[in-house]
Design a protein around this ligand. Structure first.
Ligand SMILES: Nc1ncnc2c1ncn2[C@@H]1O[C@H](COP(=O)(O)OP(=O)(O)OP(=O)(O)O)[C@@H](O)[C@H]1O
Ligand SMILES: [Mg+2]
Length: 426
């Protein structure tokens, strides 16, 4: 499972708008050398959740095949992203007695188990247990407890849970493509891995990934995840508003949004006329850019007000000193950062994946933050070895994928699901 001396890592971002597959090689310097990227429009998801398995499988297959061809490798497994309105985040803590007056790996395992023992709804399973800090006796704020002396160990953690059926459906789609799920990662945590600096995480920062179906939030402070949330409003709603408001087909509305859309009316200098195709056999019309802004701005305002409400509710509004970092395709909408600053009264920047090498220009964009972040997550958590060089002509990869597809479809999904849910620490 190597290319040269290096292990390969694969990130699979199954989004509402697109499926992206990124193959990378971990460099000893800590950078991810991008060697293959595949992308395909996704139609099988709604608000981050699989609603059509067949078309999701097709999109994954296409994206993976494209990445395989580009990288000249055969992919066997991937670190996969998960999102959607079913995701819940809880802060919890656990306490244990330290066995031999010095914290060992065993004590650490026990305290993490104690912290994750919270009552969650029956239809949810634990996806992450992320350590925030430890307290040994009365010493708070310990980050690396192993080897420290004391009698009582306490762990503060952030627990992420998700619907069992939504998790199983994502796994089913990936396994039907003949791929193993090496890890399942909350999408905003992956994006954060790719775009946030250690200083931002230390000082306090709110990552906001505005995709097609969902807006995913992760708040960091003192180097750890403090809060996660998913808001079911994103680019698709903006497109839908434009389609309804301008009475134009959704495909045209999407195009109009990308070409002429602006989130903040004050930024429109020239009030150009925009051509708008009509539905049915009616002739096309023209409207002014300001009319388009009147449709877009209220929806984006609503989104940032919901984000502000979430920051206030959780008490983090004054604690995210490094401000807000926007990622996801919808962060490309003109005026997005400016409107966010106006509403949130915080510094806002758009985040692009960092610490990259190789074909980095292809993925250095806010909408690739999740895919690259999944690769980074795989690098940081020892999940390499998911691809190997092809021995036969690259065109043969689809046959291999189809065989894998059949084999995987016959079983194994749920046993593996249990495994990575159990092992998905941080
Ligand atoms: N230039 C642009 N201006 C405005 N919106 C854009 C632009 N480019 C892309 N988008 C929007 O970005 C969204 C897709 O973003 P992204 O690729 O991050 O979504 P996704 O990861 O597939 O979805 P999700 O994470 O919500 O499941 C679409 O709604 C698209 O319209
Ligand atoms: Mg996304």
């Amino acid at each position: 499972m190597k290319r040269g001396n290096q292990e390969l890592i694969v990130g699979l971002d199954i989004g509402t708008s697109k499926v992206a597959c990124i193959v990378a090689q971990a460099r000893s310097t800590g950078e991810a050398e991008i060697i293959g990227v595949g992308q395909h429009p996704s139609r099988g998801l709604k608000k981050g959740v699989v609603v059509d398995i067949e078309s999701t499988v097709q999109a994954i297959n296409r994206a993976v095949q494209e990445a395989e061809l580009m990288a000249g490798v055969q992919i066997h497994g991937a670190v996969v992203g998960i999102a959607g309105g079913h995701i819940r985040g809880y802060n919890s803590h656990g306490i244990v007695a330290i066995k031999n007056k010095e914290v060992s790996n065993d004590d650490l395992g026990r305290v993490m188990d104690a912290a994750r023992a919270i009552v969650i709804p029956q239809d949810q399973n634990v996806i992450h247990v992320l350590p925030q800090e430890f307290t040994i006796d009365s010493q708070e704020g310990v980050r690396e407890p192993i080897g420290m002396s004391g009698v009582r160990l306490e762990a503060q953690v952030h627990i992420v849970t998700g619907s069992i059926s939504a998790t199983q459906n994502i796994a089913k789609c990936v396994e039907r493509c003949g791929l193993q799920v090496q890890g399942l990662v909350l999408e905003q945590l992956a994006s954060a891995d790719a775009v946030l600096t250690a200083d931002e995480k230390e000082l306090g920062v709110c990552l906001v990934d505005i995709g097609g179906g969902t807006t995913d939030i992760a708040i960091f402070r003192d180097g750890a995840v403090r809060h996660t949330a998913v808001i079911p409003i994103a680019g698709d709603q903006i497109t839908n508003d434009i389609a309804l408001g301008l009475r134009t087909p959704p495909v045209e509305a999407e195009q109009i949004k990308k070409l002429y859309g602006c989130a903040l009316g004050d930024l429109i200098e020239q009030d150009d006329d925009i051509p708008v195709p009509s539905v049915g056999a009616r002739p096309p019309r023209t409207i002014s850019r300001r009319v388009l802004n009147d449709i877009i701005e209220p929806r984006v305002r609503e989104l940032f007000e919901l984000i502000q409400a979430e920051l206030r509710r959780t008490g983090f509004e004054d604690l995210v000193a490094a401000g807000v970092v926007l990622t996801g395709g919808s962060s490309r909408l003109q005026g997005m950062a400016e409107l966010a600053e106006e509403i949130l009264h915080l510094p806002v920047r758009t985040g692009e994946p960092m610490h990259l090498a190789g074909m980095e220009t292809v993925v250095r964009a806010p909408w690739h933050a999740t895919g690259v972040g999944l690769v980074m997550y795989g690098m940081h958590n020892g999940l390499a070895g998911q691809a190997e060089p092809v021995q036969q002509p690259a065109a043969a990869t689809s046959t291999v994928r189809d065989e894998g597809h059949r084999a995987a479809a016959m079983g194994g999904v749920f046993g593996k699901l249990r495994n990575w849910v159990q092992t998905s620490f941080g």
